[in-house]
Design a protein around this ligand. Sequence first.
Ligand code: PLP
Length: 385
Amino acid sequence: MGLKTGRGGDVPPFRVMDVIAAANAHAARLGPHDPRVIRMEVGQPALGAPAGAVRAAATALTQGQPLGYTEAFGIPSLRRRIARHYGDWYGIDLPADRVAVTTGASGAFPLAFLAAFDHGDRIALAAPYYPPYVNILTALGMQPVILETDAGTRFQPTVGMLERLDPLPDGLIIASPCNPAGTMLHRDELAGLARWCHGHGVRLVSDEIYHGLQYDSPITTAAAFTPSAIVVNSFSKYFSMTGWRIGWMVLPADLCRPAERLAQNMAISAPHIAQVAAEAAFDCTEELEARRAGYRRSRDLLLDALPRAGFDRLSAAEGAFYLYADIAARGESSPDFCARMLRELSIAATPGVDFDARHGEAFIRFSYCGGEAEMAEAADRLLRW
Ligand SMILES: Cc1ncc(COP(=O)(O)O)c(C=O)c1O
């Protein structure tokens, strides 16, 4: 007798994880004299948590601090510190009771989507996108509505695209700087989208996980323009704390209690030790800014080298640590191209099919958050290829 399985189990894989596995397998096959695999497929900073964060965690452990459940939305001092960060970075006054600490941005998405949307609701987002947005929405019975974009709008959505939707969507997800394109919504564009959403009853979810990693223009938060947006952020990228699984949300007042009830039931709390470390990470500015400067140098080097190596159709590399290259003219699908580049050059990159079901065969994503020397070596290999 066949047993029932749930709709959530049909969720597609997060394919970059398969690419990572292929790069690992390739590395294992290499001999001692072969060039090492350069990992440009992962969006994980090469360096771990900043020293002050590690020290704070070590002290909590060695001094026998009882690490237990915390309040569902996090330890009060961390929530206050995050609220202060909005004053420091964006000049806005944010009450700490609108801050919810989560297990990474990943842990925030189901809470945000379930608090804000219903089964069957339509949520718009631009392609190419971070795949879990679509996969989580689908697993929850919500409907992603894909907005087709191209380099003309820097792969970002516009108010015009939303106005053409009939009926209007229930929600909109944006990301700036975004993954995979590394492009940003500039201040007026973000303000326009935020105000349009607020005025039309469309719940905005703004993924700001790459804030801090902008290289050309200043950054603004959606929370500065609308009281109704959900802002998602994390300690994984600028703060380099991927494995600590710690992030946060800024919630609109009407969603604080619903999201808190969900958090109490779904996670109880984010890991206590990670919360202690995260609070200390806010005081590691010098170390984190040095890392940002390193990413910028890698970006500049690759922006110079990649066009000379034949990758001359690159997205505007304004932030995060990604370059999205249009390889349509090469006449090879992106999965085949990436497999060949790994085989022949020992450089791993991610095919665009993960980010864009329709056009992804024509794009690949290079991640440049590895060590600077490795990124320079990658540029050399690509130039000689
Ligand atoms: C755009 C975007 N949002 C969210 C995440 C999830 O990050 P985390 O769960 O580590 O905070 C990632 C990870 O790469 C990402 O690129």
